[in-house]
Design a protein around this ligand. Structure first.
Ligand SMILES: Cc1ncc(COP(=O)(O)O)c(C=O)c1O
Length: 389
């Protein structure tokens, strides 16, 4: 099996598993308890908070543990708008048209109650124009939320520039960095962002755990009330084992960041050059340079991305069309639409995403299989004569 769907989820690193295990059956205390079991669990959470903070150069008390990227995104959107009483006239949010559904769905719900949302367009590479942010800000703007790296095509946004604009107008700036963390260096102080979402299972940690960085001084309303855990920001007994695993995954991601980046670049350029050489009518999507290099998103004209995935799967290769959500809803990708792709370009796309375990040998094997299956599919394609396949 060759697993090339690391943007969807990753294998939990063996060192992470080892670190988590005692918190199931030995150190199982409740972190709120006063006795030793409780104190050990509490200390383990504090250690993990430091490990997560260190990966993005935040302070430990700026890290709020959540159940993952989806909850982090919802927490900031609801946390900021609820401050204004969710009043339609007092809330305007600026976001982009290529966000993950974990931003778009809450925004759609806000729109239903009359809150104004501006969805900024992107260029053909999937990049937001920072001038559009300046032009969209009005006296009711309470939040700007623009993703760091896109989950389908891998394009990186001009986060620092956007952050400077928001600072100038004193509007909180959130970025969904779920796909960017561990793939590019991130320093929240240098970037000047106010809030940032992270998910553990994209960086070889367990699923169902993540974090929201909230800069000191940025006030949001808590969404889950109860026993006052997480400094009153998210009640409920903490998922200690997962928090510990997430912390360890962040520590490893920090240690191996440069090594991983250069590994991804090697795999990316090797795969791209081989594909372009071996297969005709294929195009790399997203920005060629401003991207996360563990993501390679391609359009193969004349084939259906879904057919390609099924054929690859028959050969033991796991890939994707882009986002897991669009597979559920069978909707054409909103990201590719926003980038100006036509129906044929959208349906012919394939995303392969690397993890630290992938090898050049796997890249070679995958290109051989791709060559074969693309040719098979093009032989029965209605576009066969159009492109003279
Ligand atoms: C950009 C982006 N944001 C948010 C999420 C949701 O993260 P989680 O699966 O941790 O809820 C994902 C997951 O695919 C993502 O790619």
């Amino acid at each position: 099996m060759i697993y090339l769907d690391n943007a969807a989820s990753t294998a939990v690193h063996p060192e992470v598993v080892k670190e988590m295990l005692p918190y199931f059956d030995v150190q199982y205390g409740n972190p709120s308890s006063i006795h030793q079991f409780g104190r050990k669990a509490k200390n383990a959470i504090q250690k993990a908070r430091k490990q997560v903070a260190a990966l993005i150069d935040a302070e430990p008390d700026e890290i709020l543990f959540t159940s993952g990227g989806t909850e982090s995104n919802n927490t900031i959107l609801y946390g900021i708008t609820k401050l204004q009483g969710l009043h339609p006239d007092q809330n305007h949010i600026i976001t982009s048209s290529i966000e993950h559904e974990a931003i778009l769905q809450p925004c759609k719900k806000f729109e239903n109650i009359g809150i104004k949302i501006t969805y900024l367009p992107v260029d053909e590479h999937g990049i937001v124009n920072p001038d559009d942010i300046t032009n969209s800000i009005n006296p009711h703007t309470v939040l700007v939320s623009i993703m760091f790296a896109n989950n389908e095509v891998g394009t990186i946004q001009p986060i620092k520039e956007i952050s400077e604009i928001c600072k100038k107008y004193q509007i909180p700036f959130h970025t969904d960095a779920v796909q960017a963390v561990g793939k590019v260096p991130i320093n929240v102080k240098e970037l000047g962002v106010d809030a940032l979402s992270i998910s553990s299972h994209k960086i070889n940690g367990p699923k169902g755990i993540g974090a929201l960085f909230i800069k000191k001084g940025v006030i949001i309303t808590p969404q889950i009330l109860g026993g006052g855990q997480e400094n009153g920001m998210r009640s409920g007994t903490e998922n200690v084992a997962s928090i510990v695993g997430f912390g360890k995954a962040c520590e490893i991601a920090k240690e191996r960041l440069n090594e991983n980046i250069s590994h991804f670049q090697t795999l990316h350029s090797s795969m791209l050059s081989k594909i372009v050489k071996e297969i005709s009518h294929v195009k790399l999507n997203g920005h060629p340079g401003k991207r996360i290099f563990n993501n390679i998103h391609l359009t193969f004209l004349g084939v259906q991305g879904e057919d390609l995935i099924i054929k690859l799967d028959e050969h033991g290769i796991a890939a994707s069309t882009g986002s897991a959500c669009s597979v559920h809803t069978q909707k054409a990708s909103h990201v590719l639409k926003a980038m100006g792709f036509n129906h044929e370009q959208i349906t012919g796309s394939l995303r392969m995403s690397f993890g630290y375990m992938n090898t050049l040998n796997e890249v070679e094997q995958t290109v051989e299989v791709l060559k074969k299956v693309v040719s098979e599919l093009r032989n029965i394609s209605p576009y066969k004569t159009k492109y003279n396949f």
